[in-house]
Design a protein around this ligand. Structure first.
Ligand SMILES: Nc1nc2c(ncn2[C@@H]2O[C@H](COP(=O)(O)OP(=O)(O)O)[C@@H](O)[C@H]2O)c(=O)[nH]1
Ligand SMILES: [Mg+2]
Length: 352
């Protein structure tokens, strides 16, 4: 592979596996760092490479064991780092259509078309990539800040499709209520005829000293100091009849805060459907889970804006005592722009 990329005379100097951290190591595919040397184009050195076969290594023979890379000994200027290939340089293409460059670089197409229709975005034609990024970020932040920011009340239900991450989110919220806010939350597990088995929630409640109720008649009066959280069973997005039963139960319980929990890794169309169901159920807040699974979160902006719900929090992993951020704006900005765009616009600033 290296010879295909760098020419017949290239030779591999070292190969090393570079892994992700923690659990990521086990689920992400391994990456190899290959350091290759391309000798200067003169006949003498060509001869000498042939005489030193002992140092050659083939890429396909590489196993997970690292060979000892001694980069310091390489003649400077002759080494090439290959795999993974560097991202395409997009800065050359300016200033044809700066927003088009965003979509080319992985920014969500729907969002780009929405941004074009925003009057406050102004004329981007002659702006540098850095200025376009700044302007887009500013408009996204302004629109985000214009969304409602309603605090949660004393009765909070988590709504969403099965597997959205409701129960995990509930555990994170309970830990936050108990350990950070020093409150005394309670949990009601709704069944509504649909089984809602959840040993992990029961065990977690026991561990952190939260009472879990299964019958609404037994639940004491909820207050802001002792809020009631309601875990609902998994109901399919297409099961309108079951959802309307849930809506009736929430009304009879007097639930004032309804957090729509959506799995951020879902496709935009599914997410829009979740938001529609959420609005039928009078949702008030939006929580996004599986954020850690996304490499780019820009597709979530239209969902956040269209929902017109109070952004509540973002869940960034499976760890129920952490991996949770209520600073939705920061999380979204940090994961919206392809990283190489920032690097390129920064270097264009330095050149300017
Ligand atoms: N990677 C990741 N996994 C999550 C996140 N939130 C939940 N999960 C996982 O998604 C699965 C479904 O979560 P669960 O809370 O049972 O969903 P529910 O059916 O809506 O109650 C579980 O395996 C969770 O561990 C998250 O933010 N990131
Ligand atoms: Mg659940």
């Amino acid at each position: 592979m290296i010879r295909d990329k760098l020419g017949e005379n290239a030779r591999v100097v070292s190969v090393r596996q570079i892994g992700g951290e923690g659990l990521k190591r086990f689920i992400s595919s391994p990456k190899l760092e290959v350091i290759a040397e391309v000798p200067p184009p003169n006949p003498i050195s060509e001869q000498s490479t042939e005489e030193t076969p002992a140092t050659e290594k083939k890429v396909d023979e590489v196993t997970e064991r690292a060979t000892s890379p001694n980069v310091g000994n390489l003649p400077s200027g002759n080494e090439e780092r290959a795999l993974p290939a560097s991202p395409p340089d997009l800065s050359n293409e300016l200033p044809r259509d700066a927003l088009q460059i965003l979509s080319k670089a992985g920014f969500d197409e729907l969002l780009v078309s929405q941004i074009k229709s925003w009057p406050e975005i102004g004329d981007l034609t002659d702006l540098s990539l850095a200025d376009v990024l700044r302007q887009v970020t500013q408009c996204l932040s302004d629109r985000f800040k214009a969304l409602p920011q309603v605090p949660t009340g004393s009765k909070i239900a988590l709504l969403g499709s099965p597997g959205a991450g409701k129960t995990t989110m509930l555990c994170k919220m309970l830990a936050h209520e108990v350990f950070i806010k020093k409150k005394v939350p309670m949990v009601l597990k709704l069944e509504n005829g649909v089984p809602n088995p959840d040993d992990s929630l029961r065990i977690f409640c026991e561990v952190i000293g939260v009472t879990l109720y299964r019958e609404e008649s037994k639940v004491p009066e909820a207050t802001l100091q002792s809020p009631l959280f309601i875990d609902i069973p998994g109901i399919s997005l297409s099961d309108a009849a079951e959802w309307s039963k849930i809506k009736a139960s929430l009304a009879s319980l007097g639930v004032d805060s309804r957090i729509l929990v959506v799995n951020g890794a879902y496709d935009s169309k599914v997410l829009s459907k979740c938001v529609r169901i959420g609005s039928n159920l009078d949702s008030t807040h939006l929580a996004i889970t599986h954020f850690d699974e996304l490499s780019n979160a820009s597709k979530l902006w239209p969902i956040i804006f269209d929902s017109a719900l109070s952004p509540y929090c973002i869940s960034t992993g499976q760890n129920i005592t952490g991996d949770f951020s209520s600073n939705v704006l920061n999380q979204m900005i940090a994961k919206s722009f392809p990283e190489n765009l920032y690097t390129q616009s920064f270097s264009s600033y330095q050149r300017a």
